[in-house]
Ligand binder design. Structure first.
Ligand code: ADP
Ligand code: MG
Ligand code: MG
Length: 883
């Protein structure tokens, strides 16, 4: 087994391809070396050793010790310095580095090999004792912190006291003797705190540091980071041991970090910061304010501190050349670490740079235009989910934030408005032309109109899949959910936030991208949908196989969907149309009527409203396919709740409130989601389905006339489990269609299909497909019914499941490929066996999730349908899936 890989002097045993074995840092150090770039020599202990270490009670493989020894000799041969030598001592850094970049999660020790003797040698050799002692005290600080577990604050106290006594403000003002004294104080402090001395033996130091790096893989910080970013535990970290180069050797030395292009705008300009006479971590640690690397950036920042370009023109020129070379070599924007030792440039790290979504688009488009990558590669470079940031107004990053609470980032974008505590107030304010944020403890379907009226939504209870979160995402409205530290008082109409009482009408801002709640208004940036975004979308559409539709029922949603490039509506939820304004009263009349006649009277009132909705929708979609789902939710959801509501409906129906209450009680269900809903309603009350079918067909006739584009409505029957259910409902739809066609004397092409959202429907798909002309996978319900989990109650235990590693992903966010996905595959296969051309799509929330979209592509679906604001994400994800 090869445990150690060396690099240095233009050669390397590993390369960028060995990322899994050497970690990102080690693999790229090897690659840079092999490219002939100036890299201090060193070696990498592989991630295999890390695995071995944990499998064997934190011990090392037998051969490792000899391998490390040999590798140190390799460094000695290149540098002419020997580890522990009293005349020309070799100093090294010990750096962690895993396969995935985990910035700041694990530890690094610099200047290892220094002790009371070697420091003298370095002082003598460099002729600069200040530099030698500065390096030694840095080493003691880092080593004690990382390896010995001593909090670095104890050292800061000593350092601050000394500086104060001497009247100095910056570290660089301290002399060699000052540092020497500080070092003595440090060492005393260590003995006092830990009851053991600071190790003087370089070998002991080295193994201590190696052990600390491997152990840091399992520190809480790293574990949490891995969980948040889905990095597997068993990847492990590598350890890089590398000859030190010194940026703290005086005014001809420096250290810095840079990006080959601007990471926030994507502009093709080297962008970075450096410090003169400093070592590695000083730049990020913010001890001194760093200087700009280029003159351009310095001028733009209005800084009076000279740029690297100015102070070290030669090293700067070389750095520019290296940076250019690396970007071309990796064909991606790089994030670089470098050090200049006495005028000579050394490269210490390169990796693909993190960037904002906006920069990612610009860089991908520019690189494709520069010929560095192909257009297909450009499309693959963009993380589809990141587009979400770009499709909504966002808070100007330069703005000051007065944060009064934090919840979950439930739906992206930011919005400002007056506080209101009820949907009625939200609607009224909107009607008066005011902007509001709707604040509720939690929301329910009755708040839809208020959510529509509001600019943003804030709840104090509920998770990422709570009603508020799901609906807000669907509407593309910013939402912060579950802001538990805020207290809502409905009676007094106040919001209590960190001791501050906000009243109805006060201005707040919600940032659905971060989950923050801010007091007052904040400057915003508007989304930019043309330019680079448009370019990537255009390229994506060329490679995509699946169509992308939107889930939309309101004209606004339909227009948004089209402007984002939706190729039809995959799910129009007719019930949403019944919650608005006076419609809810007619709807309640219909539900609460105790006979068919009563229902038909109420349905007569609903028909024209429903028809005009569809006409508008068809006109907006201008000939694109529109799938309309018949009434789906349990009637339970529409029941009047307050006395006021009951009185209102009773009056409209001309019955007593008592009688109405009786009827309401009789419709109460214990488990409405598995109750009287879906096609069951159409079977109990066929007149409802007939009214809806009539509204659809009459609207199709009208829209065909007004637009000249024939509409092909697709009527979708929800919650079918039995083929006979579909037979029954389809017969009614066909009969209405025949009537309307006769009345209008015109032919309408339409399809009748079903949702596949019950396991029974999936396994009986061959039989259902004899009737159904299309399937649309309703994966929200299919997930609920497959797992036997209620989505509304799942967040409490699913988070525990994730924390305990029982499941990796929330199955409501990303489709459960093995279980729910298997049912989808079965239904696809069986459906196609019966009806080869059957149209297949998905309309659950998964339709906007990139991983689920990949699954849909692999499974051979014809389209995905998602909320309008996710259409661009789905277009890109679909393109990547078929690449
Ligand atoms: P991180 O992954 O946290 O960036 P690094 O291992 O890259 O940790 O090291 C931290 C800092 O120390 C960086 O600024 C790096 O450039 C610097 N550094 C690491 N090794 C050396 C070395 N051999 N000589 C000089 N500086 C080094
Ligand atoms: Mg680094
Ligand atoms: Mg459903």
């Amino acid at each position: 087994m090869k445990w150690v890989y060396t690099f240095g002097d233009g050669k390397a045993e590993g390369s960028a391809n060995d990322r899994n074995l050497l970690g990102g840092k080690g693999a790229n150090l090897a690659e840079m070396c092999a490219l002939g770039l100036p890299v201090p020599p060193g070696f990498t202990i592989t991630t295999d050793v890390c695995s071995w270490f944990y499998e064997n009670g934190r011990k090392y493989p037998e051969a490792l010790s000899a391998d490390v020894k040999k590798s140190l000799e390799h460094i000695a041969a290149v540098t002419g310095r020997t580890f522990g030598d009293k005349a020309k001592p070799l100093l090294v850094s010990v750096r962690s580095g895993s396969r995935a970049s985990m910035p700041g999660m694990m530890d690094t020790v610099l200047n290892l090999g220094l002790n009371d003797e070697t420091v003298e040698a370095i002082a003598e050799e460099s002729g600069d004792p200040r530099f030698a002692y500065d390096s030694y005290r840095r080493f003691i600080q880092m080593y004690s912190d990382v390896v010995m577990g001593l909090d670095h604050s104890v050292f800061e106290e000593i350092l601050e006291d000394t500086k104060a006594n001497l009247g100095h403000e910056v570290d660089t003002a301290l002399s060699a003797d000052d540092w020497k004294n500080i070092i003595e104080l440090y060492k005393e402090k260590i003995e006092e705190e830990l009851e053991k001395p600071f190790p003087q033996d370089p070998e002991e130091q080295l193994w201590g540091a190696i052990g600390a790096v491997f152990s840091s893989w399992m520190n809480t910080r790293a574990i949490t980071y891995r969980r948040l970013h889905g990095i597997p535990e068993n990847w492990g970290t590598a350890v890089n041991i590398q000859a030190m180069v010194f940026g703290n050797m005086g005014d001809r030395s420096a250290t810095g970090v840079a990006f080959t292009r601007n990471p926030s705008t994507g502009e093709k300009k080297l962008y970075g910061e450096f410090l003169v006479n400093a070592q590695g971590e000083d730049v990020v640690a913010g001890i001194r304010t760093p200087q700009n690397i280029t003159e351009d950036a310095r001028i733009a920042a209005g800084s009076d501190k000279p740029s690297l370009e100015k102070v070290m023109p030669q090293a700067f020129a070389e750095f520019c050349a290296v940076s250019d070379r690396l970007e071309k070599h990796y064909t991606d924007m790089q994030d670089l670490e470098f050090t200049i030792e006495d005028g000579k440039l050394w490269m210490l790290q390169t990796r693909a740079g993190k960037r904002t979504a906006k920069a990612a688009l610009r860089i991908a488009v520019d690189m494709a235009n520069e010929g560095l990558i192909t257009r297909e590669e450009a499309v693959l470079r963009i993380d589809p989910s990141s587009l979400d940031q770009l499709l909504h107004p966002t808070i100007d990053p330069k703005a000051k934030r007065d944060v009064i609470g934090t919840g979950l980032p439930a739906s992206p974008g930011a919005a400002t408005g007056e506080l209101v505590f009820s949907s009625e107030d939200a609607e009224q304010a909107k009607a008066e032309g005011r902007k509001v944020i709707l604040v509720r403890i939690e929301t329910s379907p009755e708040d839809i109109h208020g959510m529509h009226a509001a600019e943003g939504i804030l709840t104090t209870r509920g998770g990422m899949t709570s009603h508020a979160a799901v609906v807000a995402r669907g509407m593309g409205k910013p939402c912060v959910s579950g802001a538990g530290s805020l207290r809502v008082d409905y009676r007094n109409e106040t919001l209590l936030a960190m001791g501050v009482v906000l009243k109805k009408g006060d201005i707040i801002t919600v940032d659905g991208g971060t989950g923050q709640v801010l007091k007052g208004s904040v400057p915003m940036l508007q989304p930019e949908l043309s330019g680079d975004f448009g370019q990537i979308m255009e390229w994506a559409d060329k490679t995509r196989r699946m169509k992308v539709r939107a889930n939309a029922e309101t004209p606004t949603d339909a227009r948004t969907a089209r402007s984002f490039g939706a190729e039809g509506i995959g799910l129009c939820r007719t019930e949403h149309m019944f919650f608005e304004g006076e419609r809810i009263v007619a709807m309640r009349e219909m539900i609460l009527a105790d006979n068919e006649k009563g229902r038909r009277i109420a349905l007569e009132k609903l028909l024209p409203m429903q028809r005009s909705d569809f006409v508008e929708l068809f006109e907006i979609m201008n000939g694109l396919p529109v799938t309309i789902r018949l009434l789906d939710p349990p009637l339970h959801e529409f029941l009047p709740k307050t006395e006021e509501e009951i009185a209102e409906v009773a009056a409209a129906m001309n019955v007593s409130a008592d009688k109405l209450r009786e009827r309401t009680d009789s419709l109460h269900e214990f488990n409405p989601m598995l109750g009287h809903r879906g096609c069951r309603l159409a079977i109990s009350y066929p007149e409802i389905a007939e009214m809806q079918a009539r509204a659809i067909f009459e609207a199709a006739v009208a829209a065909a006339k007004s637009t000249g584009a024939p509409v092909e409505p697709e009527i979708m029957v929800p919650l079918v489990g039995l083929r006979a259910e579909l037979d029954f409902v389809k017969a009614r739809i066909d009969a209405v269609a025949a009537d309307v066609m006769k009345e209008a004397d015109i032919e309408i092409n339409y399809l009748v299909g079903t949702m596949i959202e019950l396991p029974r429907a999936a396994v009986r798909a061959h039989s259902i497909a004899e009737v159904a002309e299309f399937f649309s996978f309703g994966t929200n319900d299919l997930t609920q019914t497959t797992f036997g989990i209620s989505r509304d109650d799942a967040s409490s235990f699913l988070t525990t499941y994730q924390a305990k590693g029982i499941i990796e992903q929330d199955p409501f966010v990303s489709i459960d490929v093995d279980g729910v996905g298997e049912l989808v595959r079965i239904a696809v296969e069986k459906g196609r066996a019966t009806r080869p051309g059957i149209k297949l799509g998905i309309c659950g929330e998964h339709g906007g999730d990139p991983a689920s979209i990949k699954f849909c592509d692999e499974t051979g679906l014809d389209y995905v349908s998602c909320s309008p604001f996710r259409v661009p994400i789905a277009r890109l994800a679909a393109a990547q899936a078929s690449a």
